[in-house]
Design a protein around this ligand. Sequence first.
Ligand code: ADP
Length: 179
Amino acid sequence: MTKTALYPGSFDPITNGHVDIIKRSSNLFDRLIIGIFKNSSKTKAWFSDDEKVEMIKEVLKKEKIDAEIKIFNGLLVDFIYEEKVNILVRGLRALSDYEYELQFTLTNKTLAKSEFETIFLSAPRRYLYLSSSLVKEIAQNHGDLKTFVPENVEKKLIEKVKQMELQVLSNENLKDYKI
Ligand code: ADP
């Protein structure tokens, strides 16, 4: 039987912590799907779904990782059912992830429409405290991103911060002209 694994997340943006989990799980299973939770109007994502796909695609190509990328909407268990997923992969960082991840797993088990197992891969020491939010904060403060994200993601983050700064400037200029 083909073992299909799903690694779901927001990936806003993909970090080296995510890449580590993706690499390791692509070696463990026959088929790996990277599932991007579709941005909703409520989520304040920096990157659009298409930008996320593009960034992940480039990383997979560079790292020679064989995985599929899919955007999904709605309940995770529906996606698991539709894609015939056998294994749900989650990454565990510090202890603070544990409670959320357990809640996430138990809820999905309760809602499950098909049989699947959840496995947790622990983050390597160097990425234990790495998150997409932290990376965005570093980018906003013009910090060095090299150890945290792949090169193409670093470029996109720098571009995004520039765009946001220009936006703030033009809003401030508009204010000056108001009477
Ligand atoms: P984040 O929590 O950074 O916004 P996601 O929602 O995209 O990231 O997370 C998807 C999965 O990846 C979750 O299981 C999360 O615990 C895991 N993950 C995120 N960052 C890391 C990391 N640095 N090391 C290992 N796993 C991680």
